[in-house]
Design a protein around this ligand. Sequence first.
Ligand SMILES: [Zn+2]
Length: 269
Amino acid sequence: MTIIHRRTLLSGLGALGFAASAQLGTVTSAVAQTVPAVPTTPMPRLRRTHELVSLTSVHTDRPRVALTFDDGPHPQNTPHLLDILARYRVKATFYVIGQNARRYPEIVRRIVAEGHELGNHTWTHPVLSRQSDSTILTEIDRTQQMIWDTVGAVPVTMRPPYGSFTHRQMQMLFDQRNLSSVVWSVDPEDWRRPGVSVVAQRMIQGARPGAVILAHDIHGPTIRAVPAALDGILARGLQPVTMSELLAWPHWGPRGLRYVGRATTPYQG
Ligand SMILES: [Zn+2]
């Protein structure tokens, strides 16, 4: 009797669950459509090589460097930086924190509209080397989802906060999500606030073909260092480009939008 009762109860719950799903049809189908709509393999499946799993710089003879800005968007500093980059007609990569992207979607849209690239810098900026694989994937997926919802494209690279990510974790993420982990080869340590001219000088001194230059667009002094840094980098005959361009990958971003044409026009420096 008890068993029958339990079975009845369970099937009753099952039916209730089904009914609830059916009633919430729009919500359920919206979720079902949105999740697979985020391309987890936005690029052709990459063959796993050490360089693609984890990057600090790129082997290239071309005189190009990638300028990368982490931790934004910031409500004042990021727009200020975008004004400077527009003046120099230079494109950069913004490794945004998912939570910040959610707070400032207009700035995220402006970043993309002006031809820059977005990278995934996790949702909450944790020390990933201390996290489980499932937490890492949640941090990455939530951010991919937010960026997809905001601009209709998903990042093709991620940057681990503090550069703290084990090689096994990088391989796991590459295998699970086709995402390369990009660290850096030039760190001006701008977060220590050494002063505007020191930050600029360190960015210039480290710049060489294939370099990945790290900076943070949440710090005012970093933004103020960018014009001098760009002057110095350009004077050395190096062209700042996005991460995808440095890697000679297909152009990042939503296809068929006008900015794609603008972004692919030759840079004047
Ligand atoms: Zn960071």
